[in-house]
Design a protein around this ligand. Structure first.
Ligand code: CO
Length: 128
């Protein structure tokens, strides 16, 4: 691949490409240099897997200030959308991979669902 490229591209183009790579590497490494304060707040993070047609686990119980992080392990697009009667409204994008996090500050029961799949439901119980 490299040999093929150098045969068709002038020397200056190749040098410019390496310059771009070096610059983006610098950006990535500086983004990781955060402090050691353990992140935002003292809350814990609980992971819920977003699978095809189910949230796993479908019910989690946390404390105020804790965060739920949904991690997609799906082949179909799903989202996380708070139910109409949930104490707060929040929603993720409709995606097949990635993650979404929400921090719950107030006690209560927060039902949520996936928009394309009404039977795909879950709840977050926030207890003092
Ligand atoms: Co779904």
């Amino acid at each position: 691949m490299t040999a093929l490229l150098s045969r068709h591209l002038p020397r200056g183009v190749k040098a410019a490409t390496f310059g771009i790579l070096a610059a983006s590497t610098l950006v990535v490494s500086s983004a990781c240099s955060s402090g050691d304060d353990g992140g935002s707040g003292d809350g814990e993070t609980v992971v819920v897997k977003v699978k095809d047609m189910e949230f796993d686990p479908a019910s989690v119980t946390i404390k105020p200030g804790d965060t739920v992080k949904w991690e997609w392990e799906a082949s179909l697009p799903h989202d996380v959308v708070s139910d109409d009667d949930a104490p707060e409204a929040y929603n993720s994008e409709l995606i097949t991979e990635g993650e979404y996090s929400y921090t719950y500050e107030e006690a209560g029961t927060y039902g949520y669902h996936c928009t394309p799949h009404p039977t795909m439901t879950g709840e977050v119980i926030v207890e003092e």
